[in-house]
Each structure stands twice: as structure tokens, then as C-alpha cells.
Design a binder for this molecule. Structure first.
Ligand code: MRU
Length: 379
């Protein structure tokens, strides 16, 4: 079950409401999510008391973005355990709520493994629930630390590739504090550049059809006082042609073993543009996004979403179009079919570097990525 709190939106405030938090009011533990479908119009929090409510929040993108999906999935398992629901059933439903971001299944798996290990070790239900919650909290903290490290490594890479600062960075979708235990992935690098006085402009792709760039990245950039400009996804080509882009920074939902990168639809065309215009195309993602069990880009399952997200426009004051209902303003004739993949896949050859919390891989090869993952296991 999900309930709602509405908070006043304060423009001048630089810190934002956390994207996710665990709370323990007298009525019992809850998972509180900042409802991202309502931003930037208002900060509404969704209070989940069970896994089905969280599954619904994941499907409708109230909670979204790869690292945050992992954290949410782990807390979802803990929620089921602490409230005495069927943990295996909850874990299966959560892990399959969205298919592309590997972090979701990873986070669910990590909390489920902690729960099962505690039970197998002779602990009772309560002890196992405590273990699942501890695993979720550990992942949340680990992601915050990874975010800070990625920001440092990403900024160092920018300094190396583009000495002199004054960067004009193009980004796609939303990769900031709204998707992370910390300040995000690609956005955290842009923010670090801004704080170091090295960001001339953040170009923000609006990111059709659900406008994660316009609604969420612009919101975060404004809150952080960054110089940013919003553009339609289609305007990126002319921006490159005018020599206005120094680097592209994006996140990732899944990185296959060969270095192929699945990210928000529209990322691949940016990679092609970047290559043509000799601009670095940099992917920033924690190692929890790297999936050694997916051999290549063709093996990544790309989520296909409902056509009404394309055939209708939904304003954020009302709940955004979700998987079950439309309710937006029609922009195409009734009955129009839509092609609506949520992600696309960029081949490793078009990626200049992948920046993780353990450092950057460049050039991007299966061997270099495997080495990085192996080194991180030793840390
Ligand atoms: O469909 P979404 O909004 O969950 O897609 C999110 C993205 O594609 C992000 O770019 C990706 O998860 C990386 S976030 C660090």
C-alpha cells in the first residue's frame, strides 16, 4: 500500500528531499520515496508499506534510475521481511518490475541473500529481517561512497581530456541525487566540475518521452546553481555542429561484459554524434551496473513501454503516464501505434571511457572491464 505526503516546493533551497529513506514510525516500518513523476511541480512523498506498492512505484517511474532502483529493491525485500510478508514472492516481483537496469536485480538479490543466510544460520524470522535491512542500508551507503569517488575520477578524466576547464557538457536523462545514495553518476561529475569552477555550461537533453532531463536534471541543476540550458533531444546535432559541446556525460542502466552500454533511449545517437564530431563520450556508472553475466549488447533486454507515453503528453502536476493508464493530452490520432523502447545500447567502440568508483576504463574493452571488476573484488 502507498500513501502520500505533499511538501511545499522551495526554489531557493539547494539541498533536496532525499529520493528514498527508511522510516520506523509507531505504526511500523515504511519506505518513503520522493515521487519523481510529480517533479518539478511539487515534492510529494510516497509511503510504501509493502512490496506491491513499491513494484507499482518502480513501474510508473515514481522511483527510477539504475543505482536507486538497486537501493529500492533491497529496501523492498527488507520491508517484506520486517512486515512478515512472503519474502521470496516479494523479491521475485521486485526483481522483475523493470528488466534493463541490472542494479534492481542486484539490490534485491543482495538483501535476499542476507535474509536467507541469516535463516540458514539458525536465526529466526526477526533476525533474518534485520539482516536484510542491514544489507539494504549497506548498499545505500556504498552507493553514496561510490558516487563521491566517481565524481573525483570523472573530474580527473575531464581535466586530462580537456585541459583548461571551462567545460560545456551535454547530458541525457537524469543521473543526479534523484537516482543515487549520493549525488549521482554523470551528474555528480558535472557538479564536481561546477564546484571546481570548470563548468561553463550543462546542456540538458529534455529526454523524450518522459522528460527526465527537463523535469529532473533541470530541477537538480537549478537547485545546485549550475549554468544549464535545456534543449530538445533533436537539437543536439546542431549543437555539436556549432562546436558547442566539449564532452558528453551519461549514466548507464547495464554495462555488458564487452563494454556495451544500455542507457536511456537517445544515448546511442549522442554517441554517434560525439564520434563524428571528435567529442569524448563518457559513461559514469558504479560497478553494480556492470553485469559480467550479460556477454554483449545484443543480450541486454531493453524495456518496451506503453505507447501512450509517446502518443500523449502528460503534465507533471498530475501523475505521469504509467504502465496501466494514460490520462495525458493526446498528441497523435487515436489508435496510433508507438515504438517506445526505454533504453538503447551503445557499442563499446563508441565509448571513450567508462568511469567507475574504482577508476576509469579507456579504451573500453572486455579485458579492461574484467580487470577493473577483478581488482575491485580484491579491495
Ligand atoms: O527510465 P529511467 O528514468 O529509470 O532511466 C534512467 C536512465 O536511463 C539513467 O540514465 C540511468 O539509470 C543511469 S542513472 C545513474
Amino acid at each position: 500500500m502507498a500513501d502520500q505526503y505533499v511538501q511545499p516546493h522551495e526554489e531557493s533551497q539547494s539541498s533536496q528531499t532525499p529520493a528514498i529513506r527508511w522510516e520506523e514510525p509507531p505504526e511500523g516500518p515504511v519506505l518513503v520515496l520522493l515521487d519523481q513523476t510529480r517533479l518539478p511541480a511539487e515534492e510529494v512523498e510516497l509511503v510504501c508499506t509493502d512490496a506491491p506498492a513499491l513494484v507499482q512505484a518502480i513501474r510508473t517511474l515514481a522511483v527510477r534510475g539504475a543505482p536507486l532502483l538497486g537501493i529500492a529493491g533491497a529496501y523492498g525485500v527488507a520491508l517484506a521481511a520486517v512486515r512478515g510478508f512472503d519474502v521470496e514472492e516479494a523479491a521475485d516481483a521486485l526483481a522483475s518490475a523493470r528488466p534493463t537496469a541490472v542494479n534492481l536485480a542486484y539490490g534485491v538479490g543482495r538483501a535476499r541473500a542476507a535474509y536467507q543466510a541469516a535463516l540458514a544460520g539458525g536465526g529466526g524470522q526477526e533476525q533474518a529481517a534485520t539482516a536484510a535491512l542491514a544489507a539494504a542500508r549497506a548498499l545505500h551507503k556504498q552507493d553514496a561512497e561510490a558516487s563521491a569517488r566517481m565524481a573525483g575520477h570523472g573530474l580527473a578524466l575531464l581535466d586530462e581530456l580537456l585541459p583548461g576547464g571551462n567545460h560545456r557538457i551535454l547530458t541525457h536523462c537524469n543521473t543526479g541525487a534523484l537516482v543515487s545514495g549520493g549525488e549521482g553518476t554523470a551528474f555528480a561529475v558535472a557538479l564536481a566540475a561546477h564546484r571546481a569552477g570548470k563548468l561553463r555550461r550543462l546542456w540538458v537533453d529534455e529526454t523524450r518521452p518522459l522528460l527526465q532531463g527537463a523535469r529532473l536534471t533541470a530541477y537538480e541543476a537549478a537547485r545546485n546553481g549550475m549554468p544549464y540550458t535545456l534543449l530538445t533531444d533533436n537539437a543536439a546535432g546542431s549543437l555539436f555542429a556549432a562546436g558547442e559541446v566539449d564532452a558528453v556525460l551519461i549514466g548507464a542502466d547495464r554495462i555488458a561484459a564487452d563494454g556495451s552500454v544500455a542507457n536511456k533511449v537517445g544515448s546511442y545517437p549522442l554517441a554517434v554524434l560525439a564520434r563524428y564530431h571528435h567529442v569524448p563520450f563518457i559513461v559514469v556508472a558504479p560497478l553494480t551496473t556492470v553485469d559480467p553475466d550479460t556477454p554483449d549488447g545484443a543480450s541486454i533486454e531493453v524495456e518496451q513501454r506503453a505507447g501512450h507515453e509517446v502518443t500523449e503528453v502528460t503534465v507533471p502536476q498530475a501523475p505521469m503516464a504509467g504502465t496501466e493508464a494514460g490520462g495525458g493530452i493526446a498528441v497523435a490520432p487515436l489508435g496510433t501505434q508507438a515504438y517506445n523502447p526505454a533504453f538503447d545500447v551503445t557499442p563499446p567502440g563508441l565509448v571513450t571511457a567508462i568511469v567507475t568508483e574504482q577508476g576509469a576504463v579507456s579504451p573500453v574493452t572486455a579485458e579492461a572491464l574484467a580487470d577493473l571488476c577483478a581488482r575491485s573484488r580484491q579491495v
